[in-house]
Design a protein around this ligand. Structure first.
Ligand code: MRU
Length: 312
């Protein structure tokens, strides 16, 4: 199953807001529908957003207002704007050329995820690895297989995975809803943990490596990823556990010098004061909701891309 694809002249994507209860494909044929799907996280994860941006630019057919809406749909993952740019660069050669460029983004992502899985698995030492991860970086965050969870899948296929500890990833529960769903489908042993348990379980010696994805990697290696990643990096440093970022080259943003310049999306109070539509805080409670954080490069042991291993 592909998370996002171009089928008979429209974008088809898995509506991730309905998982794990239902796996439903959504068919999207206007930019307005695609932007809405991106904003409500029906499609999410940096590589999948890159493909959404590229296919969305084809749907926009050169209309600058629609292209601008795509760029602005979510700010942190550089892949979205990068994907839009890939297709827009070919629009003056005609819609077929733009579509071919967008399909290359899709196909390159599939190949990149296979390459990252290989390279990440080769980097890790040991045969019975206990991996900790946050958010969802699997096939649902890309087209197939994914980044950090793609490495986990490769380890599992080779009999080298003991267990995954998956952080639930409040507020939108990508870990609890999506990562567990993917791990169960691949038959990989896993347990779900509260986000706040991550650093303590690292300190207790229960993890061999932390593997995370990235939404934007600044030129100096500072890495924006799902909120909670920074706390894991601090815990991993203290515990002497490798903290590894897995992301395609398209997530590296050479135009952003350091993490300080990365725009962090704030998704508003509703997601914090309620859980899946049920209010858990007193009415009128104010909240702060940064969707991502930035891990400074000196806390990162290695960045694994589809082409190389970078040690900041
Ligand atoms: O808000 P989301 O679900 O789009 O956030 C996704 C993440 O933070 C992922 O870790 C990141 O995009 C890398 S996905 C391979």
């Amino acid at each position: 199953m592909r998370t996002i694809d171009w089928v008979d002249g429209a974008v088809e994507l898995v509506d991730q807001t309905l998982l794990p209860d239902k796996c439903v494909m959504l068919r999207v044929s206007t930019v307005a529908e695609l932007v809405a799907a991106i904003r409500r996280l029906a499609v999410r994860g940096a590589p999948a957003l890159g493909v959404a941006g590229a296919l969305g630019a084809v749907v926009a057919d050169g209309d600058p207002a629609l292209v601008a809406e795509l760029f602005a749909a979510r700010p942190t993952a550089v892949n979205l704007a990068w994907g839009v740019d890939q297709a827009v660069a070919h629009l003056d050669e005609g819609p077929e050329a733009a579509l071919a460029a967008a399909l290359r983004v899709r196909d390159d992502d599939i190949a990149a995820c296979v390459a990252m899985g290989e390279r990440g698995a080769a980097l890790l030492e040991g045969d019975r690895l206990r991996i900790m991860t946050v958010c969802n970086t699997g096939g649902l965050a890309a087209v197939e297989r994914g980044t950090a969870l793609g490495v986990v899948q490769t380890l599992h296929e080779r009999g080298r995975l003991a267990e995954v500890l998956a952080l639930e990833t409040r507020p939108l529960l990508q870990g609890a809803r999506l990562t567990t769903w993917e791990l169960a489908r691949m038959g990989a042993p896993h347990r779900l943990i509260a986000d706040s348990a991550g650093p303590y379980l690292l300190a207790r010696g229960e993890v061999d490596a932390v593997l995370i994805g990235a939404d934007r990697i600044a030129a100096n290696g500072d890495t924006a990823n799902k909120i909670g990643s920074y706390a894991l990096a601090l815990g991993a440093e203290r515990a002497g556990v490798p903290f590894i970022v897995v992301a395609p080259e398209s997530t590296i943003d050479e135009h952003t010098p350091t993490g300080d310049q990365i725009e962090i999306e704030d998704r508003g109070a509703d997601e914090i004061v309620s859980v899946r539509g049920v209010r858990v805080a007193p009415e009128g409670t104010r909240a702060l909701n940064p969707a991502f954080d930035v891990t400074p490069h000196d806390l990162i042991s290695a960045i694994v891309t589809d082409q190389r291993v970078i040690r900041p």
